[in-house]
Design a protein around this ligand. Structure first.
Ligand SMILES: [Fe+2]
Ligand SMILES: [Fe+2]
Ligand SMILES: [Fe+2]
Length: 415
């Protein structure tokens, strides 16, 4: 897949989570840097292996975007750590290609004494991560007063001796701290990520993981996105898009609402109609999507994603594009997004049925809002399309449901 480079997958994932909470992502990046220095000190890793472990470390609190009041990082890290460790682990296990390494997240708050005898390939790395992120948390909380001996008292119990030693050697003359303070570390991380390497299949799964990130804020948004994607796929077949175009449409549809992650929860989860002011805020989600997707994704894919609220008569947003400026793929996503909103009842008083949806689509096509070519196909094959959409979206959403159910179960048992 040449739409996106491996490095951009990393940057896009980081920026997507940053939309939810900047501070938590900064903690992730600094933790990634500390771990990087420890791994480098240890030696024996290829650069791409280090890059992948650092990516994982950057995402180590991914479960906290979902489970906790992320504004109080120190509090949840200190007390309520099991929930976000479990959610993060399951999220990566089911929804990313990092299945094998996902347990590193499960163990990132578990005392080394408890895991040192288990059989797990990345046990030591999990212990390093545990140590690295504590260094960051204590360093930020205690500032000048921070001394590594604060953690030293737990050597061999909470933290492995090797973690301690690696950190000590890597931080000689306060190297690590110096770079963390000057933000120099970001440059080093950036250089390391030149070596990250994913197969096409892994890239696809990471892109899908980004869509699942919508569920960290609102599970309903995942249902919406999956519905839109499936409608797009069915329309693409019936409008004879070629393989390349279909693939681009898939990725455009996958990421089109990613900017929603930055929208205030009260507005997104509100029942009923939003106010005018709330609508204006919501409309900024497209620009936010564009901001994080641009220069990361191939232009054609980006253009599909950010045109989903444009309308052929120029009345859409944000660029007020007109019919001639848009291609069939963009017009397909516009129709798919509209239909999804109606079926799932987003920002309408209720969910609509077929008899109500068809006249609305016809009117929008008559008023030159939506493409009449796409709308005609949608209406002509309505039942067939929706039947397939239900089947396919059900299959895709199973994974997400599995994650949620297993999370509840494991969480209950861990209490
Ligand atoms: Fe953390
Ligand atoms: Fe954590
Ligand atoms: Fe949208």
């Amino acid at each position: 897949m040449d739409f996106i480079s491996s490095k951009n997958i990393f940057l896009l994932t980081r920026d997507t989570l940053k939309l939810i909470d900047k501070r938590l992502m900064k903690h992730g990046s600094r933790t990634g840097y500390i771990l990087y220095k420890m791994l480098k000190q240890r030696g024996g890793y290829e650069k791409f292996e280090m890059a992948e472990l650092v990516m994982l470390a950057t995402l180590h609190d991914i479960g906290a975007y979902k489970t906790d009041d992320v504004k109080t990082t120190v509090r949840f890290e200190a007390k309520h750590y099991m929930a976000h460790s479990i959610y993060g682990y399951l999220f990566l296990k089911y929804l990313s290609p990092m299945e094998e390494k996902s347990k590193i997240l499960l163990y990132h708050h578990v005392d080394y004494a408890k895991i040192k005898d288990i059989v797990y390939t990345y046990k030591e790395e999990a212990a390093f991560l545990n140590f690295a992120e504590k260094v960051d948390i204590y360093r930020v909380a205690l500032q000048d007063k921070f001394d590594i001996s604060v953690l030293g008292q737990y050597m061999g119990t909470r933290y492995s001796e090797e973690s301690f030693e690696l950190f000590r050697l890597a931080n000689q003359n306060g190297e690590i701290f110096k770079h963390l303070e000057t933000e120099e570390y970001e440059k080093e991380l950036d250089e390391l990520m030149d070596y990250i390497m994913f197969t096409n299949e892994e890239k696809k799964r990471y892109m899908e993981m980004l869509m699942y990130c919508l569920g960290l804020r609102s599970p309903k948004k995942v249902v919406d996105s999956v519905t839109s994607i499936c409608i797009c796929e069915e329309l693409a077949i019936r409008l004879f898009l070629n393989e390349k175009e279909t693939e681009k449409l898939y990725y455009g549809a996958l990421l089109h609402d990613i900017g929603m992650l930055a929208m205030p929860e009260e507005i997104v989860e509100k029942d009923g109609l939003p106010s005018l002011e709330e609508i204006q805020i919501l409309e900024t989600h497209v620009e936010l999507s564009e901001e994080i997707l641009k220069n990361r994704l191939e232009q054609d894919v980006l253009n599909i994603a950010i045109a989903h609220h444009e309308r052929l008569d120029g009345s859409g947003y944000p660029k007020k594009l007109r019919d001639m400026q848009m291609n069939t793929s963009q017009k397909i996503l516009q129709v798919a997004d509209k239909v999804t909103g109606l079926i799932n009842g987003d920002f309408y008083e209720h969910a609509y049925n077929k008899e109500q949806i068809i006249p609305i689509l016809m009117e929008e096509a008559d008023r030159k809002k939506l493409s009449s070519q796409v709308v005609d196909v949608m209406i002509l094959f309505y039942d067939e399309i929706m039947e397939k959409v239900e089947l396919e979206s059900g299959q895709i959403l199973l994974l997400h449901k599995k994650l949620e159910t297993q999370f509840e179960k494991v969480l209950k048992n861990s209490k």
